[in-house]
Design a binder for this molecule. Sequence first.
Ligand code: F6P
Length: 383
Amino acid sequence: MAQEFAPEDSNSEGQTAFLLMTMRVSLRRPARRAVPARQHSGRGADLRAHAQPPAPGSGPDELRARRGINAHGFEIAGFRNGWAGVLAGDFFELTHDNTSGILHRGGTILGTSRTNPYAQDGGGERARATLSKAGIDAVVAVGGEDTLGVAHRLSADGIDVVGVPKTIDNDLGRTDFTFGFNTAVQIASDAIDRLHTTAESHNRVIVVEVMGRSAGWIATYSGMAGGADAILVPERPFDLDEVCARIRRRHATGRLFSIIVVAEGAQPVGGIEDGPAETDAFGHPRLGGIAVTLEKEIEARTGYETRMTILGHVQRGGTPTAYDRVLATRFGVAAIDAVAAGHFGNMVALHAADIVEVPLEDALAEPKLLDPELYQTAEVFFG
Ligand code: F6P
């Protein structure tokens, strides 16, 4: 019931980060006092919890009633800062008013964190206890392998969960795309286009580092779109001598500049001798910086002036692409419908043009690494 929710943070709009990030929406069964769905005005909402298209013959009234955040008549709570909010019981009611007008905005009005309840003593139990105390009937978890990994464990522990695949890395299994990926690719491609200007004007080699963790999806898509002369990805350890030979070949044919796109997780054959990396609560090392080494090494080995740019969190910022908005909307509707249908332990997914449900277990079985065929296509255009 609405009065049980903590008061909404009036600054939550101002705190919105960029690109739709981890958020958890928990659903409560319709309370008798809840406003019936048909009284809602039909505007957009976080997770776009719209209903199925109206049946043929539905009048405009019915059509309006079926749209909006609460077509199934749930009460919806948004937990602040991902699993941290679940552990702390920090949530507020998501309503039409506080979720309309956010479709075009990146980030999340809920906030996010890299909190892993299962990395804390008794964290899993605490999360379950909070959900139970708050009267939450089902959890919709929105995020990548870490967020959904926790959701999967909660599901095994008896919590009703539906997952929504959201990560710029596009590395979740059993879905063609995650939302956020397309936006990151667009940003990286735009950046490569801009860097081309300097590369060409100054006859330089430009190394552009993009994110993606252990998958080369962002690097390959943005590199292909931006006409990169080499794309270095984690799935294919690179030979720097070979990369330099390519650059020299280009120079020999009069093309005096080159663009090298490198994924943050790419490594040379034989790896890099590094000290122990700092890791997050999920055990992931903090990546970033391979472009610094490449800049030095390429310049030293080829003699060509080389500069690097690390795009970093720029890729997670700003306005989501239309593609991502539509995908997130479709995922959101499908997730709420899955809850209404009692299909738990699943993740909504994109298969070709269709939104389907797949077991969370399958989606998380292993990271979805780069399709070798896609990389071979990109390679055709390397210098
Ligand atoms: O998983 C998304 C991602 O952007 C990765 O591509 C990147 O390695 C990581 O998150 C960066 O994490 P943080 O924002 O915590 O530095």
